[in-house]
Design a binder for this molecule. Structure first.
Ligand SMILES: [Zn+2]
Length: 451
């Protein structure tokens, strides 16, 4: 409820400059000055201590040492946000979410035949608010149906509704019976009704067409599966399920349109086929070996571990032992046992890591719990934070816009209580979120006043 009200306030704030730009006359810029106790302006480097961030019309124009008063800085009348007792850092980036749902298991299967796209769209909006409210100002949505998140992306960009920046993959591509086959687990005669998304491809030509169909819908990135999935409703394993020529055809076609390719892969054979084809990221990568780690290093691809999925599985099973069909449950148990081993191997080998939760499998709005899991499985807090800012921004192709707090970038920033480089769990409770220079959430106990 609280967040809902905050979202409306934010909408009003964000809308103001848009409306003001309509007539072709000079309008006074909106200046916001943020006083930060500690500023982690470029994660990966040490905090720069007390600092002042100056924001003009939603973009950072300068960062100064110390707390400079508005008038002294030459911005008389500017709005001042007092975060002098907080750690201020860039808005977080989650490279792997599915905003339309987080029911999971048998319930999500039911949802597929119960919910119309319009109902899913409202779910996606509610989940987008939860995500932004926890400090994730940018997300990459890696697969849904009916163009729901694409429409949400555009509505947010146009200022019609409030939410994180979204990089969207449209509908994910796999082979027939693969991870994205929507007919799995349903009666045979329902295939015609369910398999209507043109996202299944068998053979190189069909795979080229599948990519082009997503490009035609306006997607930002292509998502494919080269292996089976834990949540695929068949017991066909988690190894390679896409041939080399199909994977290559997909990557080559995506490149024609300047699109990156993100790959769902658990089994290491499917990881290697994808990396050899030149993809940009491997999602999950549950069983990495030495050869695959070397391929990561050679190709420069990112590894997105999605450790939070385990939280989703454990919680659902605790609430209902029959939350998953038997064929799925066996894979879920395996994933719970093994998750984290690959990250533990990848970190010392210098593989590039980007933060990604697979929220949708885990609960939306709890994306910050991934940090503790990353640290548990071999990363330092500084590395985990870099993965969720600088690295994820790079993977998403948004380094010029987000990921650090520097002049020219979007004023997407959060404030937390305590040093996240000492204790990453402070990122599970984000009391202050600003996106594009407008406050989305402010739940600090100390009231702030414009001065
Ligand atoms: Zn996913």
């Amino acid at each position: 409820m609280r967040r809902h009200v905050l979202a409306l306030v934010f909408a009003a704030l964000a809308a103001a400059p848009v409306l003001a730009q309509a007539p072709a006359q000079a309008q006074a810029p909106r200046i916001v000055i943020v006083h930060a106790g500690q500023l982690l302006d470029r994660p990966g480097r040490p905090a720069r201590g007390a600092s002042t961030v100056v924001i003009r019309d939603g973009r950072i124009v300068e960062v100064r040492d110390g707390h400079v008063a508005a008038a002294a800085a030459g911005y008389t009348g500017a709005e001042v946000v007092d975060l002098r007792d907080r750690y201020v850092l860039p808005g977080l980036v989650d490279s792997h979410v599915h905003l339309t749902s987080d029911t999971g298991g048998v319930l999500s299967q039911l949802e597929e035949v119960q919910l119309n796209p319009a109902a899913k769209a409202y779910n996606a909006l509610a989940n987008a608010h939860k995500t932004l409210g926890e400090g994730f100002t940018t997300v990459r949505n890696l697969g849904d149906r009916d163009g729901v998140t694409l429409a949400l992306r555009d509505a947010i960009r146009a200022g019609k509704v409030v939410g994180p920046n979204i990089v969207d993959a449209g509908t994910s591509i796999s082979t027939t019976s693969g991870h994205m086959d929507p007919a799995l687990g349903f009666r045979d005669d329902l295939r015609e009704a369910l398999d209507r998304h043109d996202n299944l491809c068998d053979g190189a030509d069909a795979c080229r067409r599948a990519v082009r169909l997503q490009v035609a819908r306006g997607v930002d990135v292509i998502k494919i599966a080269t292996t089976g999935g834990v949540n695929s409703r068949i017991g066909a394993g988690l190894s390679q399920q896409m041939f080399e020529d199909e994977a290559r055809a997909i990557v080559d076609t995506a490149r024609l349109y300047g699109k990156k390719v993100a790959v769902h892969a658990h089994g290491v054979d499917g990881v290697k086929v994808a990396l050899a084809a030149g993809v940009d990221s491997i999602e999950h990568g549950t069983t990495l070996d030495d050869e695959s780690l070397e391929l990561f290093r050679k190709s420069g691809a990112y590894y997105v571990p999605t450790l939070s999925t385990v939280n989703g599985y454990l919680e659902r099973i605790a609430a209902d032992p029959n939350a998953y069909a038997p064929a799925v449950r066996a894979k879920v148990d395996w994933r719970i046992r093994i998750t984290g081993e690959s990250l533990r191997k990848a970190v010392p080998r210098g593989v590039k890591i980007a933060f990604g939760t697979d929220a949708g499998v885990s609960k939306h709005g709890r994306n910050g719990e991934e940090f503790a899991l990353m640290v548990k499985h071999g990363m330092t807090p500084a590395q985990a934070l870099e993965a969720a800012t600088v690295n994820a921004a790079d993977l998403l192709g948004l380094s010029a816009e987000v990921g650090t707090l520097e002049p020219g970038k979007r004023a997407d920033l959060i404030a937390v209580e305590g040093d996240p480089l000492r204790d990453v769990t402070v990122l599970e409770r984000v009391p202050f979120v600003m996106k594009d220079g407008a406050v989305f959430k402010d739940e600090r106990t100390v009231a702030t006043a414009a001065r």
